[in-house]
Write a new protein. Structure first.
Length: 124
């Protein structure tokens, strides 16, 4: 499944770099980045993305609003979404899953966890 085109969304350039480096080490080379949900929607319209990794807490448009927004669009309603966030309370996780997130990782995470969650998400 290394032929995934992944959109990595995080307002922190450092966190995006960590995610991208982790993905590359796991064999995923085709990665597009965005700094918030608004930028991510613009990227989705021009890039043929087939997997999304998004943060929750971001300016402009947060991850939950982004998920709700793209889930309402026919072309993205089945796009696999993995949320990577510092929010670890059960209510937040339930809210994200209800919004349409396919899987959830709490920061900080290990490269193994990220790879495992991607594999888990695409095989569901």
């Amino acid at each position: 499944m290394a032929n995934l085109k992944i959109l990595a969304i995080d307002d922190s350039p450092t966190m995006r770099r960590i995610i991208i480096n982790t993905l590359k080490r796991a064999g995923y080379e085709d990665i597009v980045e965005a700094g918030d949900g608004k930028e991510a929607i613009a990227k989705l319209k021009v890039e043929d993305v087939n997997f999304v990794i998004t943060d929750w807490n971001m300016p402009e448009m947060d991850g939950l609003t982004f998920v709700n927004t793209i889930r309402a669009m026919d072309e993205y309603k089945n796009l696999p979404i993995l949320m990577v966030t510092t929010r670890s309370v059960k209510e937040d996780i339930v809210e994200a899953l209800k919004a349409g997130v396919n899987n959830y990782i709490v920061k900080p995470f290990t490269p193994e966890t990220l790879k495992q969650k991607i594999v888990e998400t695409i095989s569901k």
